[in-house]
Design a protein around this ligand. Structure first.
Ligand SMILES: C[S@@+](CC[C@H](N)C(=O)[O-])C[C@H]1O[C@@H](n2cnc3c(N)ncnc32)[C@H](O)[C@@H]1O
Ligand SMILES: [Zn+2]
Length: 270
């Protein structure tokens, strides 16, 4: 059963070839790429964050498999904590790399959403069998207690919405950068690079049930890949000009990647 709900009245959404609609006739066109814009109000996040070119560069970088150890670990968690046919939700899915990866390995009903139409358009173009929609994490147009397994990577955390959409005993995993994540890159950018603190997000009701560490080494050998990696990081927005110059001069870059996955469960209510 489809987990989506009408973002206006909360009613069930029915599908026609070119639109979704509810019994109150709120109607949402299916874009030619196959995604649906269910953002109720406000602008899509395209004016903030990644522009179209950055979104494409992120997609091309991830498609080369540089972060595949992370995708593999998420896939492993999805396999462990969900079963065939379950509803899996990629929260703030970006351009869909991780969902796409999972669809090739697991048989689940996959959904992904992001506030950026640019991102969701790229995700839908992957034609991986998942349903992609534009939505805000603060008000996800997904029915209560409908998601078996969700993952949430490098995006705002919204525990209340996660608790609402997850089934009892449903699982959500989130990732934070590990201590040494991108230290080789930071060493080029900053005179005094720092280690990450690996702090988990603050939660009140979700129960932490497991942690998984993912580590690998990137050996980038083109300026294009180095620049794409840099654009994906928060350092892109605050690096001093000397650091930028050092980065632009690089022909090769070796750097660790390291993530900690926090696995949370929604406790069943008796
Ligand atoms: C760093 S990217 C990560 C994307 C993807 N999870 C990945 O790891 O490739 C963060 C994403 O969060 C999305 N985002 C930011 N604020 C959001 C919000 N309020 N609701 C939904 N998505 C949001 C951005 O559009 C962006 O695609
Ligand atoms: Zn409606």
């Amino acid at each position: 059963m489809n987990i989506l709900k009408c973002p206006v009245c909360g009613g069930e959404l029915n599908a026609e070839p070119r639109r979704l609609f509810c019994e109150n006739n709120h109607s949402f066109d299916i874009a030619k790429e196959g995604y649906v814009n269910l953002l109720r109000s406000g602008k899509s996040g395209d004016s903030k964050g990644d522009n179209k070119e950055m979104a494409r560069s992120r997609r091309d970088f991830l498609n080369k498999g540089w972060y595949s150890p992370l995708a593999e670990a998420i896939c492993g968690c999805a396999e462990k904590y969900s079963k065939d046919g379950d509803a899996v939700l990629d929260i703030c899915c970006g351009e869909g790399y991780y969902t796409d990866y999972l669809t090739k390995r697991l048989s689940r009903s996959f959904y992904g959403f992001d506030i950026s139409k640019n991102m969701v358009r790229l995700a839908a173009k992957r034609k991986c069998g998942a349903e992609f929609f534009v939505a805000n994490i603060a008000s996800v147009p997904v029915r209560n207690n409908s998601v078996d397994f969700a993952f949430h990577l490098f995006a705002p955390f919204h525990e209340a919405e996660f608790l609402r959409v997850l089934k009892d005993n449903g699982v959500i995993i989130t990732a934070v950068p590990g201590k040494n994540h991108l230290f080789g890159l930071k060493n080029v950018l900053y005179s005094e690079p720092y280690y990450n603190d690996e702090k988990p997000p603050q939660t009140s009701s979700l129960l932490l049930t497991d942690t998984v560490r993912v580590k690998s080494e990137l050996k980038l050998s083109t300026k294009e890949d180095i620049s794409a990696l840099f654009q994906m990081t928060p350092y892109y927005y605050h690096t001093p000009s000397e650091g930028m110059k050092r980065l632009e001069a690089l022909e090769k870059l070796s750097t660790e990647i390291e993530f900690v996955l926090f696995v949370y469960k929604k406790a069943a209510v008796n």
